[in-house]
Design a protein around this ligand. Structure first.
Ligand code: SF4
Length: 683
C-alpha cells in the first residue's frame, strides 16, 4: 500500500563540509522538498544545488538491497546471517593465521560520528590492530598537521559565521563557490554588505577569483614560497603584531631566520607572481584588523601540503590573526563528515579526540573501558595499507563507504592490490568499483535512512534523523559494523546511536559534554565540549592548545615539487564542480544533476586549444605514466597556458585517478593529486 502520510524530518546534508541542515519533506519514499530553516546554524535558509536536488540516488534501482557473497566470478544474494557467517569465519581465520595487523579497515567520511567510532573500536578492541583510517588521508590531513605544529588543534579556528566578520578573507587553493557553495555565499554577501576584501590565490580563475580584490596566480605547487615571502616582508616592514608575538607565541627568532631566503624577488622568480602584487597583498593584510585564511585541496594535495599549511598558520600568527572572531585558519573539509571521522578516532595513530595511541596513559583508559590489551604502535594509513597488500603483509580489508579503487591516487595500482587480497569486505550503497573486487558486499543505508551525528568543517556536531526506512534489507552502517564485531565474537549490544556517542563522550575529553539531548533538533555543539555542555565556537581566545598555552612558529625550508618527465607537457590540475560529488556514485544517480553534467570534462586554455586545433566538445585522450582517460574538452580562460583542469566526477573512462601516481605529502601520506603532468592527443 502506498504511504499517504507526509513527514518532515530534520537532516544534515551529505555532500560537503559546510554541513547545511534542513528539513526534508517525504511521502513514503518520495522526497517532496528540502526546506532550510532560519535556525540551521551553518547555513540558515541557504542550500546549494546538491543539497536541494541531489537525493534521487536513495531510490535508485542500482541500490544494494541484500548482502552479496562472491561465488567464483559472480555475486550471489544472501541473508545477513550467511554473510556474517562467512565474515566471521574468513576474517577470524586470517587474524589467527597472520595476526591482527594483517587486517586493515577504512571508515567512511560520509558515515556518522558514531559509525567512525565503532569502526576504530572494531579495529582496536575486536581485531587488535590500529590499522584504521578514513579519507581525510586523501584531503585535509596536511592542513591538520600544519595546525598541530603551530596552534594545537587541527580544526577550523572559528565558526563559519565568523568569516563574514573578517575585514580580509584570503582563499588559497579552494574553489569555494563550487566546493563549499553556501560558505562562499556568506563571503559574497559580506563583500557586498560590509565591503569585505578578498584575496584569492589559485591556478584557476574560478568564480571567487573573478570576485576577488586581488587574484594571485602562482605556478603550480609554489604557494609555500609566496606565503613565506609575505611573512618575511611583513616582519621586515615592522607590520607584524609585536605584542601578540611577545605574549602568545614561541619560536619567533628561529622562524625569522628560516625566512631568510624568501625575499620578494625570490618569490616572484619561483611563483611567477609580480612583486607589486605581493606587496599589495602584504599591505592589504597590514590594513585589515581581522584576517582569516581559507584553504583546501589546492594546498594540501601536494608533496609539500603540510608545509604550505604550516606556512599559512605561521602567517596568521605573525600578524596576530588568531583568537578573535573574523580571524584564524579555516581548512575547508571536503566530505560532510571527514572532520568527524578523524575526530572520532578512525585514524591509525590517534584515539578519538586526537589522543595518540602511543600515550600509555590514554591507551590504558581505553584498555580498561574495553577490557582488552591494545598495541602500542600506530597502525598503517590507507596509503601504507595499499603498499602492504602489494608486499604481502596485509591480507584482508573491510572498507566502508569509500570507493578506494577510484578515489585513491594511481587507481590501477590500488585495483591490482585489491585483486591480491585474500578477503575483502565492502559496505556501500552501490556495487562500486571497489565493491566489484569484494568477497562479501554489505548493503548500507544513506544518511536519509539513519540516525546519528555529523561534524562539519567548523567542528559543529549536529544530529540527523531518519526520514526514510532502510531500502530492502539494507541497514544503517552502525548496525552492520556491530554485526561484523559480533561475528568475530564481540558482545556488542548498542540499540541506538545515542549509546555509542555516550561511550565516546565518557572516554574522550574532547567530547565530554556531548549528549543527544544537547543536540536535539537544530541544536548543535562545537568541540571541545566541557562536561557541563559548554562548547567552543572560537578556539584560542585565551590560549593555544599546547601545555604552556602559547602557539609555536614553525621554521621550514622550501623543497620544490619533483621535476616531471618533459614529454608529459601539460600540468594536470583537478577537482570538484558545483553539481557533482567526487566520483559521482551518488550525484550521477540523481537525474536532474546527471542531465546537467553527465560526465567529466577537461578545461583547456585558449592557447593550447589554438595550438592543437581543439573546440568545445571534441574528445581527447590524456596520458600520464600511470594510465589514460578519455574526456571531452571545454575551452576556457579559467585555465592558463599549459595547465589543464580535469573534473573529478567520473567513475568510468574519465576517472582522474587513472592518471595520478604515488607521490604523497612528506608528512601525512596524502596523495599529491595536484602535482602530475600528462600528454594530450585529439581523438
Ligand atoms: Fe550540502 Fe555543502 Fe551544498 Fe550545504 S553547501 S547544501 S552542505 S553541498
Amino acid at each position: 500500500m502506498r504511504e499517504k502520510t507526509i513527514r518532515k524530518t530534520k537532516t544534515v546534508c551529505t555532500y560537503c563540509g559546510v554541513g547545511c541542515s534542513f528539513d526534508v519533506w517525504t511521502k513514503g519514499r518520495r522526497i517532496l522538498k528540502i526546506q532550510p530553516r532560519e535556525e540551521a546554524p551553518a547555513n540558515g535558509i541557504s542550500t546549494c544545488v546538491k543539497g536541494k536536488f541531489g537525493w534521487d540516488f536513495v531510490n535508485s534501482e542500482e541500490r544494494l538491497t541484500r548482502p552479496l557473497i562472491r561465488r567464483g566470478d559472480v555475486f550471489e544474494e544472501a541473508d545477513w546471517e550467511e554473510a556474517m557467517a562467512v565474515i566471521g569465519e574468513k576474517l577470524g581465520a586470517i587474524r589467527d593465521r597472520y595476526g591482527p595487523d594483517a587486517i586493515g579497515l577504512i571508515a567512511s567520511s560520509k558515515c556518522t560520528n558514531e559509525e567512525a567510532y565503532l569502526m576504530q573500536k572494531l579495529a582496536r578492541a575486536v581485531i587488535g590492530t590500529h590499522n584504521v583510517d578514513n579519507c581525510s588521508r586523501y584531503c585535509q590531513s596536511p592542513a591538520t598537521q600544519g595546525l598541530f605544529r603551530t596552534v594545537g588543534y587541527g580544526g577550523d579556528s572559528g565558526s563559519i559565521s565568523d568569516i563574514a566578520q573578517a575585514d580580509l578573507v584570503i582563499i588559497v587553493g579552494s574553489n569555494t563557490a563550487e566546493s563549499h557553495p553556501v560558505l562562499a555565499t556568506r563571503i559574497k554577501r559580506a563583500q557586498k554588505l560590509h565591503g569585505q576584501k578578498v584575496i584569492v590565490a589559485d591556478l584557476r580563475k574560478h568564480e571567487m577569483a573573478e570576485r576577488a580584490d586581488l587574484f594571485l596566480r602562482p605556478r603550480p605547487g609554489t604557494d609555500f614560497v609566496w606565503l613565506s615571502a609575505l611573512a618575511r616582508y611583513i616582519l621586515d616592514q615592522g607590520w607584524h603584531d609585536a605584542s601578540f608575538l611577545e605574549e602568545r607565541v614561541n619560536g619567533l627568532e628561529e622562524y625569522r631566520r628560516s625566512l631568510e631566503p624568501f625575499t620578494m624577488d625570490f618569490a616572484e622568480e619561483i611563483t611567477g607572481i609580480a612583486v607589486s602584487d605581493l606587496i599589495r597583498a602584504a599591505e592589504m593584510i597590514r590594513d585589515a584588523d581581522t584576517v582569516c585564511i581559507l584553504w583546501a585541496m589546492g594546498v594540501t594535495q601536494h608533496t609539500g601540503g603540510s608545509d604550505t599549511s604550516t606556512a599559512i598558520s605561521n602567517l596568521l600568527l605573525v600578524t596576530g590573526n588568531y583568537g578573535r572572531p573574523g580571524t584564524g585558519a579555516y581548512p575547508l573539509r571536503g566530505h560532510n563528515n571527514v572532520q568527524g571521522a578523524s575526530d572520532f578516532g578512525a585514524m591509525p595513530h590517534m584515539f578519538p579526540g586526537y589522543e595518540p595511541v602511543t600515550d600509555e596513559r590514554v591507551r590504558k583508559r581505553y584498555e580498561e573501558a574495553w577490557g582488552v590489551s591494545l598495541p602500542d604502535r600506530p597502525g598503517w594509513n590507507n596509503h601504507q595499507m595499499v603498499d602492504a597488500i602489494h608486499d604481502g603483509r596485509l591480507k584482508a580489508m573491510y572498507i566502508v563507504g569509500e570507493d578506494m579503487a577510484l578515489v585513491d591516487a594511481n587507481a590501477r595500482r590500488v585495483q591490482r592490490a585489491f585483486e591480491q587480497l585474500e578477503f575483502l569486505i565492502v559496505q556501500d550503497l552501490f556495487l562500486t568499483r571497489t565493491a566489484q573486487f569484494a568477497d562479501v558486499v554489505l548493503p548500507a543505508s544513506p544518511s536519509l535512512e539513519k540516525e546519528g551525528t555529523f561534524t562539519n568543517t567548523e567542528r559543529r556536531i549536529q544530529r540527523l534523523y531518519p526520514a526514510l526506512e532502510p531500502l530492502g534489507d539494507s541497514l544503517p552502517d552502525w548496525q552492520i559494523i556491530q554485526k561484523v564485531a559480533r561475528s568475530l565474537g564481540a558482545d556488542w549490544s548498542y540499540e541506538h546511536p545515542g549509546e555509542i556517542m555516550a561511550e565516546a563522550a565518557r572516554l574522550s575529553p574532547m567530547f565530554a559534554g556531548v549528549t543527544y539531548e544537547r543536540l536535539e533538533g537544530y541544536r548543535s555543539l562545537q568541540w571541545p565540549v566541557l562536561p557541563d555542555g559548554t562548547d567552543t565556537p572560537l578556539l584560542y581566545r585565551d590560549r593555544f592548545a599546547f601545555p604552556d598555552g602559547k602557539a609555536r612558529l614553525h621554521p621550514m625550508t622550501w623543497i620544490p615539487p619533483r621535476k616531471r618527465e618533459p614529454s608529459y607537457d601539460l600540468h594536470l590540475n583537478n577537482g570538484r564542480i558545483l553539481e557533482h560529488f567526487h566520483e559521482g556514485n551518488m550525484t550521477a544517480r540523481s537525474a536532474g544533476i546527471r542531465s546537467k553534467v553527465p560526465r567529466a570534462f577537461v578545461e583547456v586554455s585558449p592557447e593550447v586549444a589554438k595550438e592543437r586545433g581543439l573546440r568545445n566538445g571534441m574528445w581527447v585522450r590524456l596520458t600520464s605514466p600511470y594510465g589514460q582517460v578519455r574526456v571531452p574538452v571545454l575551452v576556457t580562460d579559467r585555465v592558463r597556458g599549459r595547465e589543464l583542469y580535469l573534473t573529478m566526477n567520473d567513475h568510468e573512462e574519465g576517472a582522474v585517478n587513472l592518471l595520478t601516481g604515488n607521490d604523497t605529502d612528506r608528512e601525512t601520506d596524502t596523495p599529491a593529486y595536484k602535482e602530475y603532468t600528462v600528454r594530450m592527443e585529439v581523438l
